[in-house]
Design a protein. Structure first.
Length: 184
């Protein structure tokens, strides 16, 4: 069970330019996203990763950005508009127990869950929804903050993914994070 949802104002801190030094969106995401891809940024907050994802999918692709908090999405929309990539971003405010992505069944090439899974109420239910929207061969990158998530808890997270038919694979090195790629 999740204890805590990141307060909306933390969204601004997550946008700090200094973060690029440790969490370069280009380095972390470019191996997984191609022009024309359909990508999903779950728990996108104010879109630290989403804008770069939108550039990577290009004009033929789409990034679906989902967050529980309306304030996060409002700022994301403003930033994406200013950056000129709002045409490739679809934004959704979801409920705590459902991501509201059923319509994407089998269509998503790549899903990002960065610093999110420890906040969702039920990891297995979360991964069941991710499994449903990934296309066969699609990938989800799960990264959790080392400061909040122990090695054992991260193992439980990956076990939850495996229980619903996703296959944990490579473990990319991401600063201050425990990370894994999971595949459908
Ligand atoms: C720690 S922030 C990480 C934001 C972003 N992924 C990043 O790395 O910059 C976690 C985000 O997940 C959102 N969140 C928490 N629980 C959620 C849920 N059940 N469904 C969707 N979003 C959720 C929060 O509102 C918050 O914006």
């Amino acid at each position: 069970m999740a204890e805590h949802v990141c307060p909306w104002w933390i969204g601004y801190l997550l946008l700090s330019p200094l973060r690029k030094l440790v969490h370069s969106p280009q380095r972390i995401l470019s191996p997984h996203i191609e022009p024309g891809s359909i990508a999903l940024d779950v728990g996108c907050a104010m879109g630290y990763f989403s804008l770069d994802m939108a550039r990577m999918v290009g004009p033929e692709g789409k990034v679906v950005c989902v967050d529980l908090q309306e304030k996060m999405i409002e700022v994301l929309v403003r930033r994406a508009t200013k950056a000129g990539v709002i045409d490739r971003i679809e934004h959704r405010v979801c409920g705590k127990n459902g991501l509201g992505i059923d319509d994407l069944g089998g269509k998503v090439d790549f899903a990002l869950a960065f610093a999110l899974v420890h906040e969702v109420p039920d990891a297995e239910d979360f991964f069941r929804q991710i499994h449903a929207v990934l296309r066969p061969g699609g990938t989800c990158l799960v990264a959790e903050p080392k400061g909040h998530v122990s090695e054992d808890r991260f193992k439980e997270t990956l076990a939850a993914a495996k229980n619903v038919g996703l296959e944990p694979g490579e473990t990319p090195k991401i600063a201050r994070s425990r990370a894994a790629l999971i595949h459908k």
